[in-house]
Design a protein around this ligand. Structure first.
Ligand SMILES: Cc1cc2nc3c(=O)[nH]c(=O)nc-3n(C[C@H](O)[C@H](O)[C@H](O)COP(=O)(O)OP(=O)(O)OC[C@H]3O[C@@H](n4cnc5c(N)ncnc54)[C@H](O)[C@@H]3O)c2cc1C
Length: 417
């Protein structure tokens, strides 16, 4: 099946979907209120990693919870306004922190993560931007924690899913990253990992190729979506009519679906970044996760990008840079930084369902409406593979994997049903 279709949302997930639909012969219109990848897909750490399947709310979260409840940790902080306003989301988020759900979600996400790099590479080859990719692993470094434990939760899952991991002594860490300051006791390298040096440019280059191949890009803020029984109307600067619609609006997806009668239990995990200049001669060869200090350092075109942990605040609550301020001195301890660049501090909101799995599915109450959102920590990497799977569903093809773990009915209800 082919025809005309509109994809609402030009982040990693919407763009991945638009490209795969186009490859199948669909006449695709991609709609966003701003330039593609201007929101969550803009400011991430750029990691494409086969091993990012372990959800934040895995069952070991309970062990760390007393520490997190003090609300002064770099890894997770929360606001009471969010806890009170979105208590059901939080309740289910914690309820899924059990060993069975951890196993199920890890297995489900592994199916996305393990294909993420192949799918990006295929897009990069087509768009001619392979130079953005560095394939030299993701380095996790330790200050005081003991080294990689093959019998721990992560270690067992890595073994189960065949993830390449190389435990490292301090000396081996410094061989890989000679510019790091000598404060680390060891670490481990996720050998199958890659990273990109500018997620915004990467996705915009994919969109350029989409336009060259005949796709249409429309920039308009869609204030509402209606359905008259045969077609959808997107109410933006002008009215856009479409028989087939994909909603891939990241953390705004629940708002977009509301006028169509849907309630989605979509929450967010906010995060921040700031760019820094390295000191003369200092170089970061790959993305480094300073595990004990709770931040990631990613070498980007714009400088060294320091990203902070998870802030469980309401999506549109005012910026709170406390976590970033907490980790920046730790980053200075770890690497010779000379100071921040002129870029402003960036804030984004990872779209997250309580079971930490996205929805990749047809909508429950409309024949020609499809959904792709809720990719929490892995949306940059899994945008293209999500797009492939959803394009297969939409085109009536057999999907590469079983999409039951990503069903909409888990968290999305229609008032007419
Ligand atoms: C600090 C941080 C670090 C991260 N690191 C990584 C990482 O290393 N690797 C990784 O894979 N993931 C990472 N992530 C997660 C990743 O960034 C997200 O999962 C991903 O960007 C989500 O993509 P998306 O397309 O669903 O949403 P978005 O990128 O937010 O795209 C949604 C789009 O919809 C548009 N939109 C919404 N509503 C409307 C409307 N009404 N009208 C018109 N347009 C609309 C928005 O403008 C936006 O462009 C990180 C996230 C954060 C915050």
């Amino acid at each position: 099946m082919t025809g005309s279709i509109t994809v609402l949302g030009a982040g990693s997930v919407g763009v991945g979907t638009a490209l795969h639909l186009q490859q199948r012969g669909w006449n695709v219109t991609l709609v966003d209120k701003a330039k593609p990848a201007s929101e969550t897909s803009f400011g991430n750490a750029g990691v494409i990693n086969a091993s990012s399947f372990l959800p934040l709310n895995n069952h070991t979260l309970w062990k760390s919870l007393p520490r997190y409840l003090r609300n002064n940790q770099p890894q997770i902080r929360y606001s009471w306004a969010r806890v009170l306003a979105e208590f059901p989301w939080l309740f289910y988020f914690l309820r899924y922190a059990n060993s069975r759900a951890t196993q199920e979600t890890s297995a489900a996400l592994n199916q996305l993560c393990s294909e993420a790099l192949n799918e990006h590479r295929a897009f990069m080859q087509r768009a001619g931007n392979m130079h953005r990719l560095t394939q030299n692993g993701w380095l996790k470094v330790l200050r005081q924690s003991k080294g990689f434990d093959p019998n721990g939760l992560e270690g067992r899952l890595f073994e189960q899913f065949g993830v390449g991991v190389q435990p490292l002594t301090a000396e081996e860490v410094y061989e890989l990253e000679p510019s790091l300051n000598r404060i680390f006791s060891g670490g481990y390298l996720l050998t199958d990992s890659a990273s990109v040096n500018n997620p915004f440019a990467l996705i915009n280059e994919y969109v350029n190729q989409f336009s060259i191949d005949g796709g249409t890009v429309v920039e308009t803020d869609v204030r509402s979506v209606s359905f008259d029984g045969s077609q959808f109307t997107l109410h933006g600067d002008n009215l856009l009519h479409t028989e087939n619609l994909v909603v891939a609006a990241g953390p705004w997806s629940a708002d977009v679906l509301k006028p169509l009668g849907y309630r989605a239990m979509l929450g967010v995990e906010r995060g921040y970044h700031q760019h820094f200049h390295p000191q003369d001669g200092a170089q970061l060869n790959r993305t480094v996760y300073d595990l004990d200090a709770g931040y990631i350092m990613a070498p980007m075109e714009a400088g060294i990008r320091i990203t902070s942990g998870v802030e469980l605040a309401r999506r549109d609550a005012p910026t709170n840079t406390a976590q970033l301020e907490q980790v920046i001195p730790r980053a200075y301890e770890a690497f010779p930084l000379s100071g921040p660049t002129k870029d402003p501090i960036w804030r984004g909101a990872r779209p997250t369902f309580p079971d930490s799995r996205p929805v990749i599915d047809k909508a429950p109450a409309h024949e020609n409406l499809w959904l792709a959102f809720g990719h929490q920590h892995i949306g940059l990497m899994s945008g293209p593979i999500t797009g492939k799977l959803l394009a297969q569903v939409i085109s009536g093809e057999k999907t590469d994997i079983d999409l039951n773990p990503f069903k909409a009915s888990r968290w999305i209800r229609h008032s007419g049903r």
